[in-house]
Design a protein around this ligand. Sequence first.
Ligand SMILES: Cc1cc2nc3c(=O)[nH]c(=O)nc-3n(C[C@H](O)[C@H](O)[C@H](O)COP(=O)(O)OP(=O)(O)OC[C@H]3O[C@@H](n4cnc5c(N)ncnc54)[C@H](O)[C@@H]3O)c2cc1C
Length: 337
Amino acid sequence: MNWSTTSLAALHTFALPAQATRYLELHTFEDIENLVMSSPDWNSIRILGGGSNTVFLEDQSMPIVRMCIKGRAVLEQDESSALVRAAAGENWDEFVAWSLEQGLFGLENLSLIPGTVGACPIQNIGAYGVEVCQCIETVDVFDPNNPTKGIQSIPMSECSFGYRDSKFKHEWSHLLITSVTFRLKKTFEPVLNYAGLTASASAQALRDEVIRLRQAKLPDPAKIPNAGSFFKNPVISKSQFQVLKDKHPEIPSFVAGDQIKVPAAWLLDQCGFKGQWHHEFGCYEKQPLVMIHNSTKTNPIGVKKKHFLEWLSIIQDKVEHHFGILLLPEPDLVFTY
Ligand SMILES: Cc1cc2nc3c(=O)[nH]c(=O)nc-3n(C[C@H](O)[C@H](O)[C@H](O)COP(=O)(O)OP(=O)(O)OC[C@H]3O[C@@H](n4cnc5c(N)ncnc54)[C@H](O)[C@@H]3O)c2cc1C
């Protein structure tokens, strides 16, 4: 296998200047077979897609394997829907655009989410009132612990999809996702239950509106490095929420099953983090939930890691002090403690 040394700065959207000493790209299914035949230590391998939910806080000696396998096709269709498969290395937003060009609908609210198709089931990507699990039929995986089984298809119903969650984040985190199969509709049924969405004329109009809203609110990682929403929205018990509501009657909330979800952005805003900086890290002035990295400051990775962890604990401590809630990061922070 052709392992190489590479900079990870351009391979994750937070753009920290970490180096990888063992880096490999998989472009074909044959590349997977070759990797299997080289008998690597799979437990130590980190799979990478578009790097938009991953933050490399230090140089990496573990092998990093980037899924670059491309391909998308309509497998079968009937009058009302089509089964579509996309390979793991496909760019997510290009796949959404392509699906609309085929006259297939359901993914338009998920436009402009960065990353790859292979990563979309892992945290069950969601935006503007839609979660990707609503359109997933199967997730196709390779199990390094059972290589003789080849590629296996896991039905959507077995993936335990939840809010930014699935089994792929937990007991199935060792699986290599090779492609995802979607059931898409032939009739456009607009989902407009998210405040600000109005475009019901066509799926393309809705996609354009979602893109406009996202661009107005979120920084473009190519210009301002970031990893999207940095903290998960905390889900708390009804009794804990009632205590908070008594103290802060204006606190926004959403019902999440028999619990309550509180927007992390509101908690950060109340603590005054909007537009605040600690060395090269800040909370975006239009949306404090997005942590940004000033990559023009050229500190070495070790110094940036120190500043980042300081900033993270400043934020977590202040929110916990004010609201009794520990905010948890959404992206994968890759470092040794
Ligand atoms: C500006 C911005 C906006 C965002 N907006 C949203 C949003 O609206 N909604 C949302 O849900 N998310 C959002 N995100 C988060 C991110 O885009 C998604 O989580 C996306 O699915 C990550 O894809 P990726 O390919 O970049 O994953 P990576 O960061 O490369 O990987 C993420 C995780 O998946 C694993 N992984 C990746 N590919 C595979 C594979 N083929 N097989 C097995 N494991 C794999 C990695 O090991 C890692 O643990 C946003 C991020 C940014 C930067």
